[in-house]
Ligand binder design. Structure first.
Ligand code: CA
Length: 238
């Protein structure tokens, strides 16, 4: 899940970004309306958090431009302007929710999660064989046994489980789980996959995380793997 925070006040932007990253989201920051529109045009965001008071344009203009695109991400407006008129105007112009500053971080996180759920018809609970992941409560269990994951590990696992059976490259994983300005090597993915395997696969006879040679990684239940390689003899028939 990738979020864009549009906020010119560095202190607030950093605070939001740190909190959201701690909750397992990848976060980019745009300090101006122009930067925000550049970001929205060049990357796919699951949600935009938009401050209305920006140095170069009014947040409402940014909202309007995002909404002019046919399919835009949901937008949560942050504003010091708490008047009913502003709120109504924001929602009328296509914002999905409106939060008045100052607000508690937990309040914002609850709104963010609600909007992401709404924008995403995807199930809140993901299952691969006996591994289950609850996206809302952020809990993971295998064979009924709870497993503790660090936020990035959770992010990777959620992304893989949402795409089960589909090989994912290291770049795709990095782009979904880390921030845009992450300039490290994609080798970091290998390190995290090793941690994940240690937690969800090593103690179990059936391994769910597969290495896909030349591409990256994939998660898949044992039944699906068997379907793709039915009988070894079949490979020799033409
Ligand atoms: Ca501002």
């Amino acid at each position: 899940m990738r979020l864009l925070v549009v906020e010119d006040e560095r202190r607030i932007a950093d605070f939001l970004s740190r909190g959201l990253q701690g909750a397992g989201y990848a976060v980019d920051i745009a300090p101006t309306g122009t930067a925000a529109l550049d970001c929205v045009h060049s990357a796919d965001y699951d949600l935009v958090i938009l401050d209305l008071m920006l140095p170069d344009m009014d947040g409402m203009q940014v909202l309007e431009k995002i909404r002019n695109r046919q399919i835009g991400p949901p937008v949560l407006i942050l504003s010091a302007r708490g008047g009913l008129d502003d709120r109504v105007k924001g929602l009328e112009q296509g914002a999905d929710d409106y939060l008045v500053k100052p607000f508690a971080f937990v309040e914002m996180l609850a709104r963010v999660r609600a909007l992401l759920r709404r924008g995403q018809p995807a199930p809140e609970k993901l299952q691969v064989a006996d591994l289950s992941l609850d996206c809302i409560r952020r809990k993971v269990a295998r064979a009924g046994e709870a497993i503790d994951l660090a936020p990035k590990e959770f992010g990777i696992l959620e992304y893989m489980m949402r795409n089960k059976g589909r090989p994912l490259s290291r770049t795709m994983i990095v782009e979904h789980v880390w921030d845009m300005d992450y300039d490290g090597l994609t080798n970091i993915v290998d390190v995290y996959i090793r941690h994940l395997r240690g937690k969800i696969d090593d103690r179990f006879p059936v391994k769910l995380i597969q290495t896909v040679r030349g591409i990256g990684y994939m998660i898949e239940g044992p039944d699906k793997a068997a379907e793709r390689h039915p009988e070894p003899a079949a490979e020799h028939q033409v």
